[in-house]
Design a protein around this ligand. Structure first.
Ligand code: NAG
Length: 482
């Protein structure tokens, strides 16, 4: 184990940069309600046109069909807590498909974090050039990663694997996937972390205030010869020597960013059977496996601001917004939203009021036996016996219609729900965390990517309380407070 999960977030002294030979980091949080916008746009992969699938987008308001160079810097507003960050961060949206009737419901965003890691290096870490376009992950794949369920972010002769799901549970030992899964009909566990793996988990993620989490790491070496727009070739992964991560010759070392996207999956807890061999979630591109999880980044930072943060800020989990002397200060706007002009206003609404029969763009649902032989880039191999049923068929235990669950009002219920999009506070020390119920969240957070140990989790409150808490949260986010 190389990095201690809690040490770097532990004290106020850590707010300023540590020795240059240590990893420093700061988590960027967002203001307001849900994504900045949603829709079928992707100015990196499909500039000037509609994208094949639906995305949820955070950050600067100058997002659109076409975004180039310094366009984002002119954004009127941003959802980032740092005023001078007008970057866009986006992912495919997540949908719940009813196992009983096939109806699709968009899973609301719970909240999103973007970690900015400044790794120990012999290079100089510099700010992203405005307009830099990055894409991590393969939207077309339905195949399990070659590296298996773990992560690998270093060029070391093994396949890079920058994408996972984390699934905090009340029961730390509940396996996310069937034992010995080979990835063809179910996901694969991270050998170093029982709470994470490749592919959608097949259990409920019922950790306190921490439902299903999509995890995406980005490479940190930019090749200026490839240029800002060439997202297929412009980034490389670092190599590592003597605990330092260095970029290949000719590359510029930029921050290592990491998306954590928490989805409000507990909203659907009563709508599926939890049989351990199937699960109901699909990405907007029709992927029923989760292997095609991907993230896009389009840089819109004021360069001086980000460079100051790189050079002086080590706020860790406390949040980048707690760093002193950030040029341009903090963003106080809690309502930065734009409307995307595609063909599907209903899919783009932050709180859907009814289900849909098709995904936006009519993407066919494929993977893990769904979709049949012509159902996409993957069909189940004939020579493998599936570890699970071909399609979810068990009757749902559902009794409450989803619509009613979304609309359920509990205005007088105690205890207080966290402020929208505010992540729970990190414990000030491991000792404090030991009796604090928020510890679950932070123990499975991010910084475990280089650890080989899975931190102890505190006992979470009763399941029912967690789900009521989720329901209240979504009510607040939907503006349905009475
Ligand atoms: C489809 O199933 C969901 C539960 O999974 C239910 O809430 C919804 O009302 C059903 N829709 C129809 C049209 O039966």
């Amino acid at each position: 184990m190389r990095f201690n999960t809690l040490a770097s977030a532990a004290s106020l002294a850590a707010l300023t940069a540590a020795a240059p030979n240590e990893r420093t980091f700061a988590v960027l949080r967002f203001n307001g309600d849900g994504f900045m916008t949603e829709g079928r746009l992707d100015p990196i992969v499909n500039p000037g046109e509609l994208s094949a699938h639906h995305h949820g987008i955070m950050g600067g308001s100058n997002f659109g069909k076409t975004v180039n160079k310094e366009d984002l810097l002119d954004s009127k507003c941003t959802t980032a807590k740092i005023a001078n960050d007008k970057s866009n961060y986006w992912v495919p949206t997540l949908w719940f498909q009813s196992p009983t009737n096939g109806t699709l419901y968009k899973v609301p965003l719970w909240y999103m974090n973007v970690y900015y890691f400044f790794e120990p290096t012999d290079d100089k870490v510099v700010a992203f050039p405005p307009g830099l376009k990055m894409l991590v992950g393969d939207p077309a794949t339905r195949d399990a990663p070659k590296f298996g369920g773990g992560t690998n972010l270093i060029k070391n002769g093994k396949p890079i694997q920058p994408i996972q799901f984390t699934c905090p549970r009340k029961d730390n030992n509940a396996p996310l996937y069937p034992a010995n899964s080979n990835g063809k009909m179910a996901g694969m566990a991270d050998p170093n972390n029982k709470g994470a793996g490749a592919g959608f988990p097949m259990v409920e993620c019922d950790g306190f205030a921490s439902p299903l989490r999509q995890d995406i790491h980005f490479p940190s070496c930019y090749n200026p010869e490839a240029g800002l727009d060439d997202y297929k070739n412009n980034m490389a992964w670092p190599t590592e020597e003597n605990w330092k991560q260095n970029c290949p010759p000719g590359h510029v070392h930029v921050p290592h960013i990491f998306y954590e996207v928490y989805w409000n999956t507990p909203l659907f807890v009563n709508e599926w059977s939890h049989d351990g061999t199937s699960q109901p979630f699909v990405f907007s591109n029709g992927d029923a496996t989760g292997y095609s999880s991907h993230g896009d980044f389009l840089a819109g930072w004021d360069v001086k601001t980000l460079q100051t943060i790189i050079d002086t800020c080590n706020a860790g989990d406390i949040g980048m917004d707690k760093c002193p002397n950030i040029p341009g200060g903090l963003n106080t706007d809690n309502d930065c939203h734009i409307t995307v002009d595609d063909d599907d206003a209903m899919a783009n609404s932050r709180v859907m009021t009814s289900g849909m029969q098709k995904l936006p763009g009519n993407n066919k649902i494929t993977g893990w036996g769904k979709g049949g032989v012509d159902g996409g880039s993957v069909s189940p191999p004939a020579d493998e016996s599936p570890v699970g049923p071909v399609a979810p068929s068990a009757p749902s235990a559902a009794s409450v219609p989803i619509k009613a669950a979304v609309a359920k009002e509990q205005p007088n219920a105690a205890p207080e729900a966290p402020k929208t999009t505010e992540a729970p506070k990190a414990p000030a020390s491991p000792a404090e965390g030991a009796n604090g119920d928020m510890k679950t969240v932070w123990d499975v957070v991010t910084v475990t990517d280089y650890t080989t140990e899975f931190g102890p989790e505190a006992t979470a409150p009763a399941k029912r309380e967690v789900h009521d808490h989720m329901a209240r949260h979504i009510n607040r986010r939907g503006g349905r407070r009475s």
